[in-house]
Each structure stands twice: as C-alpha cells, then as structure tokens.
Design a protein around this ligand. Sequence first.
Ligand code: HEM
Length: 492
Amino acid sequence: MALVTLLSLCALCTAGLWLVRTLYIGLFSSPLSSIPGPWYSRFTHLVLRFYTLTGRRIHYVHYLHCRYGGIVRIAPDEVAISDLDGFAKIHKIGSGFLKSKFYDTLVGSSGNREPGIFAQRDPHLHAARRRLFAQAFSNSALQRNWSSEIHQKAHTAVARIKADALAGEADILKWWTLMATDVIAHLAFGESFNMLELGKQTPYIDAIQSALLGGVLRSELPWLYNAGRWLPVKTLETLTTADNVVFEHGALAVRNMKDQNHNSKNLFGQMVAAAEDPDKDKPVIKDSSVQLEAGNLIVAGSDTTAVTLTYLVWAVLNDTALQRDIEEEVAGLSSDIGQEELKDAPLLNSVIAEALRLYGAAPGALPRIVPAGGADIGGHFLPQGIVVSTQAYTMHRDPSIFPNPYQFDGRRFLSSELTRSQKTAYSPFGGGSRICIGLHLAWMELRLGAALFFRECRGARISTTMTVEMMDTVNHFLIAPKGHCCNIVLDQ
Ligand code: HEM
C-alpha cells in the first residue's frame, strides 16, 4: 500500500514538474514567446491538430491572421506567415527554407521508398528530378504531345455533363474529377483509363484516394495509422495498405515508358528521350521512381484541377450577368477551339484567375523549415528549425491587396496590370523552386473545360438540390466542397 502511495506521489511530482517546465518554456524562455497568437499555441499543437483533422485548418489560421496580424504563433514550434515580405523571403528560389517533415508523411514515401518530386525535401535531389520533368511539362511540349488527348477528354466530359443535365441533373464535380484524372493518368501511364466512358473511377484511383487519406492519418495520428496495420478493421487496413497497391500499379507506367510504340509513350518516356545522358548503365530515372511518380502525379493533377473548375462554374452560375457575358465570349470561338484563341479570350482568363484566387485547390498551408542561422521575418527573429507555414488562402483574401476580397468578381483580372503586392500575394500554384510543375497543364484543362462548358451548356443553372453550405470548403491540404457534389441543370 505504502509503495503504491509513494509511486503515485512520484507520478504526481513528475507531472507537476513537466507542467511547470512547459509553462516556463511557453511563457518566457521560448524564442517565439514575443510572437502574437492565442495563449494555448505556446503550449500545445492540439487545437491546430483538431482544426486540421476536422478539415478547417486554413479557416482557423485565417481567423488568427485577421485577429493577430501577418505573423502568428499557431503551435509551440510553428508560426503562420501571411506577411507579404515574409512570404516572398520564404519561397524565394535558393532561400534555404526547405519543405518540412509534413511532406514525408503526406504522400506515399512510406516503406523506405524514396520520396517523389512533390515530397522530396533534399534540394539537390529535388532540383535534379525537377530538371528531368521540366521539359515534358512545358507549355509547348504539352501542346505538341498531348493536345489531342486533352481536347478529346474535355469534349467527352462536357458531353456527359450536358447529357446528364438534360436528363435531370449533372454533378460537375464528378465529371471534372473523371476528366482531370483521365488526363493525368493518360499522360503518366501512356494509355487511357477510360473513366469518362465508364462514368466511374477505377479501383486504382480508389486506392490512390485511400493512400492520400492514409497520408493525412499518418501525419496527424501516426499511432492510429501504425495500429491500423494490425487491427482487423477493413477501412484502416485499406488506408494503410493503399500505398503498396498504388506502387504496384505503377509498373504499367514503367512498361509503357520502355515501349517503343508511339501510341503508348508516356511523360516518362518523353523525359528519358529528351534527357542528355543516353548512358544505358546509368538510367535517367529508376523504374521504382517511375512507379512512384506515376501515382504521385495523379494525386497532384486530378482533384486540384477538378475542384478549381467546379468552383469556377458554380461561381459563374451564381452571377447571371457574368454567365451571359462569358457564354457570349466563348460562342465566338472557332468550332475546334485552339489554345491560342483560348489564351486570348479576356473574360475567360479573368474568370479562371479569379477562380484560382478564391478557390485554387491547394491554398495552404505550405510548411517550410527556417534554415541554419535563423531568419528575420516581419520584425521577429525566428530560430532555425522552426516551422513557418504560408497560406495563399489568407493573402488572396487581404482587403488591402484585393479590394472586396470575398466577392467572386469574374472581371477582376481584366485589366492586365497587377499591383506589386498583388503580384507577390497571388500564388495559387505556390512559389519559388517548388511552384506547381503542372500549372501549364492545369491552365490548359481549365481553359478548355470552362470554354466548352459555357459554349455547350448555355443557360445552365445550379440545381435546387444544392445549398450554399454544400459548397463550403473542407480543407485536407486540398480543398473540396463539403457536400461532395455540385449539381447543375439545363432546360431542353
Ligand atoms: C488548379 C490546379 C492546381 C493547383 C491549384 C495546384 C497547386 C499546387 C501548389 C500550391 C503546389 C505547391 C505545393 C507546395 O509547395 O507544397 C503544387 C505543386 C505541385 N503540383 Fe500542382 N496544382 C494544380 C494542378 C497540378 C497538375 C495538373 C499537376 C500535374 C501533374 C500538378 C503537379 C504538381 C507537382 C508535381 C507539384 C510539386 C512540384 C515540386 O515540388 O517541384 N499540379 N501544386
């Protein structure tokens, strides 16, 4: 009995000491103690984690920026930055602010596999991979090599939307997702997955989505993720084994990369063909890297474009005058809609830029590590090793940069001259050396999808089955509509 009392006393004392130490560090000795923010962020990640897991991280951090300013402490070792100079400093090429450990867990680099281009944190390895990818993702190469596939898929998507809308209602989120996934899958694998024709995604894409969810779980609740491997719970098992399913399917991308038949060439085949070093003993890219990157490209290039396009159409359909004007503009384009005339359609491009401002699908947070020696940001010294995260979500809603920021103004970007602060703040595709490599592909799909939609589905309306709340955004790194659909109708 006496032993039990003694042990309890020891445990209480240890807990008490831990509490005093945590309070002392949080209040006085942390180098971050002068940074404004809610009191609890000095002591715990739990509140931030709660909002992350419930899909409200960007909204919560935005609220904190509105309340405390451009630099806010959001956790004991993490500071959120929406200060423009701070953002520019962090994302400047060669700044030394590298991606944080968050990226290790987000996409499938588990099982000791190397991280792909998105998650690679080593700047030299990343730069080498980026150089290899750059040419194949350039605007000219995409136009030259993939224009007809992208056109065909956009036409099919709009035809399916129109047919469904005339028959009752069409879920544009579903069709844009199938389109964007079919496009990037075709480019990465060298053959069509025919999801638009099937009207549903393949089991491989189901596995990719499970792998992504598994990544969020691995990042936020690693103990549950690890337990999931052993627990006899089907959902957990699916989430924790999805990485392997995705990786194994990537073998198809390797086969087609090596295939000499032009019809099955994929992005990787084009990269290898364009690479300078033809040395057979030292392959330009390993088979296992192709297997991994093929899946990663699908993750990066599907929901991103689909969600942005969905919000774009929804926002335009909420503004009758804008809808009428854009329908008129695209009706004047030639029947086969070339990329050059799409680039020159002023209202279409302004509407896309505005959709990317308010509804760019990856609006934050982009966490980076303060490099050796620390950094001065917004008048505060941040020591090395601290996580600094930026979010376009907040910069895009700063009223001193974008007047009336919460309003979707499809004409906002019609006047071509952006102010200096707008140029810095506008970052739907991230910035610096880690800027989205798929941005030209995304713009191609956004232009073509939107132009075909407003030409073929003139007079479309939002279905009465939709509520405003259903289009509220949830945020798990990407954003998505809370209702998981966006239904539109069309009169005969
Ligand atoms: C509207 C559509 C898209 C949006 C809003 C978007 C947004 C972004 C953002 C914000 C980043 C930076 C992430 C970070 O720094 O953590 C990024 C990176 C990336 N994106 Fe996109 N993206 C889109 C479409 C695409 C497409 C179609 C692809 C096709 C493959 C793609 C592939 C990538 C890749 C590979 C990276 C990592 C680049 C690197 O680290 O070097 N994205 N994207």
